[in-house]
Design a protein around this ligand. Structure first.
Ligand code: NAP
Length: 310
């Protein structure tokens, strides 16, 4: 019998219990799924970063921790977690949601939609937008989400540049990598999308220096993580006109405090960390498949590199 502890909180347990059982039943495993168990009996933990479970030491027979979220910055540093950690990668749910968010916000800025949506003066002011082929977009991060967004934008006709840590070759997309490739990735970015994880190496990646490397009037869309951007430097760049607009989904402190200047800034759009939610039915299938793999002695999918931090 495989014991699976759902440690992602009571509220999520109510949403996940039935879909998880459905997905686990389909694997044919002999399992016990519970939200309360003696630590020494648990084989797998289903996890979310805000979980009360922080000390994994008593979980002596634990085989893996399966995170319901894609971002793992709140877990990778936990010294008591010594078993493999898998994160959420879900093409049907999380990835599809992010592709929709990013293409939607890129098209909003590319087409200049705001001028018409807010045209309460009823002024006839035609501004014909360029075609996508004339609007270079750069995506920082070419992982699961960045790559899917890059391919969707390329399919719409945008010239897409992507930047990652390692070398990549992706048909139809200009790729750059590493610290030496960053300036080149920024130089052409009329629209810049951030889909990097929050690690020591990405903290404050967009600061006064790198914001100045973007073309004047560039737009930023950040559904990655708040600490990627130096908030004060971004506000200065918005005020000076260096950056025309920032659409931000993630913040250093969430919920974004009411007094934060982003809320009132006319060139900032705040969305409340909704770019892409984990979708319960498809995420349950991802979790069940990983447990099936673990029990069959197959390598787990979507493992986190704890040293790299993502
Ligand atoms: P991923 O598959 O791990 O991809 C991360 C990408 O970032 C990879 O291409 C990686 O390069 C690159 N990268 C990491 N560190 C770098 C560095 N120092 N320099 C250059 N490139 C670096 O992650 P993902 O699934 O695409 O998700 C990306 C992030 O999106 C998550 O970490 C999470 O923070 C965020 N997210 C937000 C939401 C939301 O609703 N707002 C939802 C889901 C996820 P390599 O390919 O070379 O490793």
């Amino acid at each position: 019998m495989t014991t699976i502890l759902f440690a992602a909180g009571r509220r999520l347990w109510a949403e996940y219990e039935v879909p998880l059982r459905t997905a686990l039943d389909a694997t044919g495993l002999d399992y016990h799924l519970t939200c309360e168990a003696a630590p020494e009996t648990v084989d797998y933990v289903i996890y979310a970063p805000g979980s009360r479970l922080q000390d994994f030491t008593p979980y002596t027979r634990l085989k893996a921790v399966l995170n319901l979220w894609a971002g793992v910055e709140k877990i990778t540093g936990n010294p008591t977690l010594t078993v493999p950690l898998a994160r959420m990668v879900d093409a049907e749910g999380l990835t599809q949601g992010m592709v929709e968010y990013v293409t939607g916000h890129v098209l909003r800025h590319h087409l200049g939609m705001d001028a018409y949506i807010t045209n309460t003066a009823r002024e006839w002011r035609p501004v014909v937008p360029p075609l996508a082929g004339e609007r270079p977009v750069t995506i920082l991060g070419l992982g699961t989400l960045g790559l899917a967004c890059a391919e969707a934008l390329r399919a719409l006709g945008f010239p897409v540049t992507g930047w990652s840590r390692s070398v990549k070759t992706i048909p139809g997309i200009t790729t750059l990598h590493g610290p030496d490739g960053l300036a080149g990735a920024l130089r052409s970015a009329e629209i810049l999308v951030l889909l990097l994880p929050d690690t020591a190496a990405t903290n404050d990646l967009l600061d006064a220096k790198t914001l100045a490397q973007l073309p004047r009037g560039a737009v930023i869309v950040n559904p990655g993580r708040g600490p990627l951007i130096d908030d004060a430097a971004l506000i200065d760049a918005l005020d000076s006109g260096q950056i025309a607009h920032a659409t931000l989904d993630v913040f250093r402190t969430e919920p974004l405090p009411a007094e934060h200047p982003f809320w009132a800034h006319p060139k900032v759009t705040v969305t409340p960390h909704i770019a892409s939610e984990t979708r319960v039915p498809s995420a349950s299938r991802v979790i069940a498949e990983n447990i099936r793999r673990g029990e069959a002695g197959e390598p787990l999918l979507h493992l986190v590199d704890r040293d790299a931090g993502y």
